[in-house]
Design a protein around this ligand. Structure first.
Ligand code: ADP
Length: 171
């Protein structure tokens, strides 16, 4: 079973096989964590993203990491929060699950996630964390071996505290 951990910090600094980008459907860069990843990876990342023809909400695509310490970037698109009646939870669940599925297909053993959709997409943080953990736990139940280490990288205290409480890490 994969080890789950939570850290507070910057996703672009993570030394893992893959970091997950909270991208938009164009895959051509944006603000927030997406902008930070493109700045840290350098222009070759955008050049590779241009060849991918975008990505639908809930799906995932993979590129190299270029100047990042991470070898790969898995680009997924979380849903914009429209109040909760537009399939948002299912789409967020799929964004996490499909990112792990793609990671497994590429023999990735260590992966770090940001708090997808909780920035400019305004998904409520508590529900987003519960949905993320459900997807990760379901994936690990279905595929116990390939992925060894899953890290949630929280940028703000509120998300960090929510994940810390949900994962129940001893002090
Ligand atoms: P979305 O459009 O999916 O909401 P955002 O990038 O706006 O994406 O926000 C997603 C999460 O990423 C937010 O919780 C935000 O605080 C966080 N974030 C922003 N920059 C970084 C970073 N460098 N490392 C990790 N998380 C980040």
């Amino acid at each position: 079973m994969a080890n789950l951990s939570v850290v507070k910090g910057d996703l672009t600094k993570m030394h893992v096989d893959a970091i997950v980008n909270a991208a938009n459907e164009s895959l051509l860069g944006g603000g927030g964590v997406d902008g930070a990843i493109h700045r840290a990876a350098g222009p070759e990342l955008l050049a590779e993203c241009r060849t991918l023809n975008g990505c639908k909400t809930g799906e995932a695509k993979i590129t190299k990491g270029y100047k990042l310490p991470a070898r790969h970037v898995i680009h997924t698109v979380g849903p914009v929060w429209h109040g909760g009646n537009s399939n948002e939870e299912t789409l967020l669940y799929k964004a996490y699950y499909n990112s792990l599925q793609l990671a497994m297909q590429h023999h990735i053993a260590t992966i770090a996630f940001p708090n997808i959709s909780t920035g400019v997409y305004h998904f409520p943080k508590q529900l987003a964390a519960e949905t993320a953990l459900k997807a990760v736990e379901d994936f690990c139940t279905n595929h116990p071996d390939p992925i060894k280490e899953i890290t949630f990288v929280c940028f703000d205290d509120e998300n960090y505290n929510i994940y810390h409480d949900l994962i129940n890490i001893p002090e």
